[in-house]
Design a protein around this ligand. Sequence first.
Ligand code: SF4
Length: 296
Amino acid sequence: MCATPASASRSSATAVSSTTSSPRASPPYKVRYVQVTLNAPTAPLHDDHVGGKGHFDATIEGIKAMKRHGVPVVGCCVVTKQNAHLVGEVLTVFKELGVRQIALSRFSPAGYATSAVATLLPSRDDLMVAFRQADAFTVEGGAPKESAMRISCTMPVPPCAVETEEIKGVQFGTCPIGTSMQELALGPDGKLKNCTLHRTAIGGVADILDPSVDMLALLKAPEITAYRKESPEFCKGCLHEKTCMGGCGAAAEWVLGHARRFPDPVVFQHVDDEFSARLEAERADPKKRRLEVVHG
Ligand code: SF4
């Protein structure tokens, strides 16, 4: 469940997957919406993406149950290398279920999912296929107003990789770290991070409940205040340097080793031969085709 509208949310990890078919009576507070992820139009691929059999059917039943009980539902689909060509079919499923607001995300490797970067990281062509299909469901993309969807992309998409200006109906945003729009992430372990996807704890603080931690000082730490001052070498001189800042720094940190010194892996796969070759080698290795737990 999200506290902010899907259009303002940037994290691919905010989706809630409902597994109940009988929500209880309305709580005493107003639920703005429940965001539910569907990563394929059919069970095998969806279940493969989320890690187990039965999730697709439970998700569909959950959406139907929430709709029956008047709970607003926002759909989410995380675009991957494997499902990009099926985004239109996923949106059709949502549409048939009466879900018209969509948080379209894109796979951005972080944490556990870093080990699946080769199999799940979409290429620029994959993303264009997905976004063009999504665009057709919006008014700007030609859908009738009465049945059109509102679609926002919740992850930054570097415009050097994807011609976002061609996709008129999908709302694209940029990474808000270091701006007044930033939403810090506090993990269950007490670590404060720049967002839910980042690896490094701000100030190196292991637990903000430690009485010696000065929270006000932490909020002025260079991880936040200096974040926008450094750009990847590749991005120097780019027209979009100040807004795009190289795309998702969290993904760059997890996959390439530094949040500010490398551009988003979604870009880097197309400009760095070594990284591209590494992905190709992993794709050819059957042991690397499934998610593995990443420590650290
Ligand atoms: S800032 Fe970097 S990643 Fe973003 S559009 Fe420019 S070159 Fe691409």
